[in-house]
Design a protein around this ligand. Sequence first.
Ligand code: PIR
Ligand code: CA
Length: 325
Amino acid sequence: MAKMILDCDPGHDDAIAIMLAAGNPSIELLGITTVAGNQTLDKVTRNALSVCTAAGIRVPVARGAAGPLVNHQVVAGDIHGDSGLDGPYLPPASFDLDPRHAVDFIIDTVMSHEPKTVNLVPVGPFTNIALAIRKEPRIVERAKSVVVMGGGYTRGNVTPTGEFNVWADPEAAEIVFRADWDVTMIGLDLTHQALASVELQDRVRAVGGPVSEFVLDVWEFVGSTYRKVFEFSAPPIHDACAVAALIDPSVITVAKADVHVELSGRWTKGMTVTNFQDTPGMHHTGGVAAELTDFRTNVATQLDWSKFGDQIVDAVERLTVKVIA
Ligand code: PIR
Ligand code: CA
């Protein structure tokens, strides 16, 4: 069992990430922490509780940072709607928030479990994780791994080079990428391979019941905004990819790289500048520049779509059995 804390800003794909983490038997979901991102902190926190309530998930949920370290907060209402999770019916919360701030929840949880057992999965702006490092630097050595959804080495989605989670709080992202721990970057290059295709939707529809209906309503709404804004045929399930990679590392192919976040570029602020280490076909400047040669980050390049799809369907099935019982 892989112990995990999911740090998120639900969010349509965050909702699927929550369900995958709670519905997969090899994950022990220790808690969910929230961060302002796709919408304001109040909205995404409410959404996290609603998703848990709708899917019969009962884990601690802790509220975190209300905005980025330096930037002004910018939300993604064009994609996720005014609530941050428009589309599905959002039931009122059936349980209370954890009384702790997310930063304290993360620190307490990482420090109270055995060394190298707790995995962090940030899938919103990395503000909470950066603050946790600053408040208790020992979490860096103590955590087992960090699997982030964020960044990209060939594209952005807010600017040509800026992916939302990194772009929204680039200073926090740089803190997380520079810390001396095992980081995997699941960026847009990977998550744009993880589309909620008609085929996947049909498989989820075949499960039937309230969880399946919730997931289909999530994809219907975000599918329509992705068609409008990006002309995508189906919406990417970004955040679930990070959970999927923790469940089964063979779901993704990774390459070692040095990743730095651009903090001052006029057009490139929030870019994840990625220098690959000797990977055929990938950008590599080793030996020329002494900088950008700390190849410590695992950067995801290829998704095994069929394994990923199977994980999603399996989690919907398991949650359905529990919620109906
Ligand atoms: C997705 C997101 C934000 C903006 C857009 N345009 C699309 C959210 C997702 O929840 C995911 O975590 C990440 N940020 C993808 O950029
Ligand atoms: Ca997210």
